[in-house]
Design a protein around this ligand. Structure first.
Ligand SMILES: [Zn+2]
Length: 323
């Protein structure tokens, strides 16, 4: 249904619209927190069985993300209809350590700067969508839902893509969004992209990674990779912090999440997290524990860096830090 005809019937038949609303809430404007919630509730539901790489739930997660990105006007799906196939080798299981070939996917979308003169620079924003699947806990199989790790980051990227695409006329760089597969299997998706980029890696001015944004409990954000750009301290020092977020800055570029894959190929890369908690990598990382207000607070802080890198000509110089 086109928006115009929706509006037309809304004028003529409010009752029909009311009924539609009962069945298709996504047709109507939802707040940012409601949209985060919708993605996280889907991806971290028991039906998704913990989204382990190279399982049928991996493919289902990819299908969901693709369907969401496909609704965004101004976003072009790269690769094969938005998918980049990621081959890797992994153990058959925890017990059987024979290594066999497996396949997962990255989902990749491009938002081009509206003005062609800015299309030779690109900001990459990414998050992994996979998690740990079903594993025994004290002998009983449990679903590791991975609501915070990393349905939260996935939701953040989908909604950031929507936001950026709406403002593409103001962009001073392209933005590529990537949902990585196989992070929990050893950063396989991000490493594959960094080594096989769908657009030239030389054009990438920076990479921003989002891994676990859903559990802002003590108002804290850790920013990793601050040592990977010469200008980083000056830039972060200039950001506003009206919510008095407790910030920890880590220098190393080789931390345990996907930004490291880009740091290793010479791209300034930062990773954001609302930090670990007692449910980290346990089957208790579930949907009802997500703090949506905290996610939006984190988004508002982080967005200042998105503004600098996507909506200004600011360039970063890569710095090689010891780990
Ligand atoms: Zn993670």
């Amino acid at each position: 249904m086109q928006p115009d005809s929706l509006f037309y019937s809304a004028m003529k038949k409010p009752i029909i619209i009311l009924l539609l609303g009962l069945f298709s809430p996504q047709l109507f404007a939802q707040s940012l927190q409601e949209r985060y919630r919708r993605h996280i509730e889907y991806l971290a539901s028991d039906d998704m069985q913990g989204r382990a790489a190279a399982t049928r739930y991996d493919t289902l997660s990819v299908a969901y993300i693709l369907a969401e990105l496909a609704t965004i006007d101004g976003l072009t799906l790269l690769g094969d209809g938005g998918m980049q196939v990621v081959p890797y080798r992994a153990r058959v299981s925890r017990e059987d350590t024979t290594r066999v070939p497996k396949t997962t996917f990255n989902v990749v979308g491009l938002i081009e700067a509206g003005d062609p003169q800015y299309r030779n620079r690109t900001l990459i924003m990414g998050a992994h969508y996979d998690h740990l699947g079903v594993r025994p806990v004290e002998g009983v199989p449990q679903i590791f839902n991975g609501a915070d790790d990393n349905a939260s980051g996935t939701a953040f990227i989908i909604e950031s893509a929507r936001d950026l695409a709406q403002q593409r006329d103001k962009l001073k760089a392209n933005v590529i969004v990537i949902l990585f597969g196989g992070e929990e299997a050893g950063l396989v998706g991000s490493r594959h992209y960094a080594n096989n980029p769908l657009r030239p890696i030389e054009e990438v001015k920076a990479m921003l990674n989002f891994d676990m944004l859903g559990r802002m409990t003590a108002n804290g954000i850790t920013v990793r990779g601050v040592g990977s750009a010469k200008e980083a301290f000056e830039l972060y020092g200039g950001l506003k912090n009206p919510d008095k977020i407790d910030l920890i800055f880590e220098m190393r570029g080789n931390g345990p999440t996907d930004y490291a894959s880009f740091y290793r190929v010479g791209v300034p890369a930062f990773s954001y997290s609302t930090r670990q908690h007692s449910d980290y990598h346990r089957h208790t990382d579930t949907v009802e524990k997500i703090n949506y207000e905290g996610m939006e607070m984190a988004r508002n802080y982080i967005w200042q860096m998105v503004e600098i890198l996507a909506f200004s000509n600011k360039e970063l110089r890569f710095k090689d830090v010891m780990d």
